[in-house]
Each structure stands twice: as C-alpha cells, then as structure tokens.
Ligand binder design. Structure first.
Ligand SMILES: *[C@@H]1O[C@H](CO)[C@@H](O)[C@H](O)[C@H]1NC(C)=O
Ligand SMILES: *[C@@H]1O[C@H](CO)[C@@H](O)[C@H](O)[C@H]1NC(C)=O
Length: 349
C-alpha cells in the first residue's frame, strides 16, 4: 500500500485526456501535477467529426452520437486500448479540467483500505464462516438481502492483503471523479450492496456545499456533515476521473468500444459496471462520495468551460473547484512559496 504514495498514485500510469488545442488546461493540470509530485502523460482528445461512421460499432439502426460525446467516447476508448496494448497493470485516467485536494494521497490510501474491506477475502479469524465482509459480494444471489449492515471505516475487518494492486486484487474500474453517484439500489441483481461509512472526514466539505446530478442525494439526506462513503458504482455520471485495471481495460474494449455506441460514454460506463444493455454482469466497479477528482472552473467566460456542452454566456469572476476543500489549483501560490496557510474553499462556519 506504500505505492499509493508514489508519483503515479499506486497505478502503473496516469493519463490525462484533452484536446491539444486547450493549452490553457494542459498548462493548468501540468502545474497541478508538478505541485502534487504526480507524473502524468497527455493523451489527445478526439474531435467527433474525425470519427468515420464505419468506425462506430452498430448492430441496430440508431442515430450517430453528436460530435462532442462521440469524440469523448473515442478518446476514452483510445486510452483503454493503450492500457491493453502496453499491458499496463492499471492506469488512472483524468480529464484535463480535473482538480483534487492536497491530501489526495491520504484520500486514496483510505479508499484502498475501504476497497479491501469490500472486495478482499476476510482473514480466517475476522468473521468466522464468512469469506467476504459483504455477504452480497461478488454478486447478489436470488434470496440475498436487499441491504447489508454498513461497515464502519474506523473498525474495518481484517482482510487478506492484495498482491496485484494496492487497491485490491479484484476490481475493474474505480470511479474516483464523478458528478453524481447512487448507493447500490436495493433491487439491483448485479451490484453488491456493501458500503463503508466514514464519519468526520475533514476533507469532505460541509453538506450545504455538496451537490449531485443524482436524486435523491442519500449521502446528504441521511448522513451527518463530513461523512464519506465507499461502495460499488450505481448510476455514475461524468467521466472526470477513473482507474482501470488491465482486466477492466480489456473488458471495456469488449463491452464499450466494440458494442453499440448509442449513449454518452458515462452512460456506457454505467452499463458496463452494472451489466445492463447487453453488457455482461459481474464487473467490479468501486467509488466514493463525494468524488476525489472534481471539475475546476477557472475565472473567465462560461463558454470556455466545455468543448462538449453549452455552459451559457455568463462570466465567472472567481476560479473554483467543485466540492474540493484544499484545491491544489487554488493553492498554487502557497505550494510554490512553501506556505501551509492553505485556502479552504468550504470552511465550517
Ligand atoms: C507506483 O505503484 C504502482 C503499483 O505498485 C506501480 O505499478 C507503479 O509502477 C509505481 N509508479 C512508479 C513511478 O514507481
Ligand atoms: C501482461 O502482463 C502479465 C502480468 O505481468 C503477464 O503475465 C503477461 O504475460 C503479459 N502479457 C503480455 C502480452 O505481455
């Protein structure tokens, strides 16, 4: 687990996807990475218009995706293919407007502890007679419970240490940067129900600053301020940051690059994780709420926020990063001057 603190955060590589013409974003994330002692490799984004019809898998008649989402799908698939071709054991994939907390290594270390609790076998003595802490792992069975007791982050059961990756031996995708996630639905037949709950995570912003595209927002509605949750993916939104294992990258090529491209890539990833829409069930996709990688929104015209969606005509006066307390981007001055009086975007009042 010490490797989680290395310059690729315990993955074999970190790739950053973005259009080469967005030099502003490359400058930003290159600086953030340097200030975090992280090594990144840029991967060129793809313009949808450059993807010919023939290159888009299609087994029934449906419309071609609009150029924005189509290019986005292709860029993400190019990275998955790179991981497969180079036989990388894993990689973290970020979009070029991502930002993170100065404490990202601690956050990922804690994520790994939680993912072990959810997916690694128990050591024989920790829960006699049980193989996994989550009785619905690796997949719910016919009469398995619709919900299972929460695991407390501060007293996780002892599990067998992983050997393949510091994050565990049995994962396909870690969805670490998103703009919406649900806890696994009670009725889901394919998604394990376990959740690790952590009270008093000081990196979590007060609740009134948290938002999501997914309603209800159970984390906010049912848990106290500063709670973090770790669990399997259900209806993730946005592909801002996620890791793939080699096994996951191969499966992604098979299920998302080579099957019908009839929805935006985040929806395809969701179907991949949940075994929906003709994708095979049984993938292991883990996540945390709130997300660890979030959108940075520089000051300036709203129009430049995205090359895919339309973000309106206004002007943002102050740079900000969604839900990240000690943003690396917003603390660049302090970091370069060796100061520790960090800007907290969302202090408790
Ligand atoms: C960081 O750790 C991972 C996992 O052990 C490893 O694959 C990767 O090569 C390491 N990165 C560096 C730069 O040593
Ligand atoms: C890929 O890596 C695995 C694990 O290190 C190794 O066993 C396998 O032979 C490699 N495959 C190729 C094609 O290099």
């Amino acid at each position: 687990m010490r490797d989680i603190r290395n310059s690729t955060l315990g993955f074999a590589k970190i790739f950053v996807i973005g259009l080469p013409s967005r030099t502003d974003r490359r400058d930003t994330i290159a600086l953030q990475a340097a200030l975090s002692d992280i090594q990144i490799e840029f991967v060129d984004g793809v313009q949808g218009k450059d993807v010919p019809d023939k290159a888009i898998p299609s087994s029934y008649e449906h419309d071609r995706l609009p150029d924005g989402p189509l290019g986005c799908w292709r860029a993400h698939m190019n990275v998955a293919r790179e991981i497969v071709q180079r036989n990388l054991s894993s990689a973290l994939i970020l979009e070029d407007d991502a930002d993170w907390d100065l404490r990202i290594r601690d956050q990922l270390y804690d994520f790994a502890r939680s993912s072990h609790a959810l997916t690694q076998p128990l050591t024989p003595r920790s829960r006699p007679g049980r193989v996994y802490a989550d009785p619905t792992y690796p997949m719910p069975f016919d009469d398995s419970p619709q919900s299972v007791p929460e695991l407390d982050f501060y007293s996780l059961p002892a599990t067998v240490p992983p050997t393949a990756s510091p994050y565990g031996d049995d994962w396909d995708l870690l969805w670490l940067g998103h703009c919406g996630m649900h806890f696994p639905f009670a009725h889901s037949k394919t998604i394990p129900k376990g959740r690790v709950i952590r009270a008093n995570d000081e990196t979590v912003a007060p609740k009134h600053h948290l938002w999501t595209f997914n309603t209800p927002f159970t984390l906010k509605d049912n848990y106290p301020d500063h709670t973090r949750a770790y669990h399997h993916v259900q209806e993730g939104v946005c592909t801002l940051g996620y890791a793939l294992s080699q096994r996951g990258a191969r499966a992604l090529l098979h299920e998302v690059a080579l099957k019908d491209v009839d929805a935006a890539v985040d929806i395809l990833l969701r179907w991949f994780c949940e075994g929906e829409q003709g994708r095979k069930a049984g993938r292991q996709c883990l996540t945390t709420q709130p997300a660890l990688f979030q959108h940075h929104r520089p000051a300036g015209p709203m129009k430049s926020q995205s090359d895919i969606g339309n973000h309106g005509d206004g002007y943002r006066e102050k740079a900000m990063t969604d839900m990240v307390r000690w943003s690396v981007r917003l603390n660049a001055d302090a970091l370069m001057e060796g100061r520790t009086d960090f800007v907290d975007q969302f202090p408790d009042t």
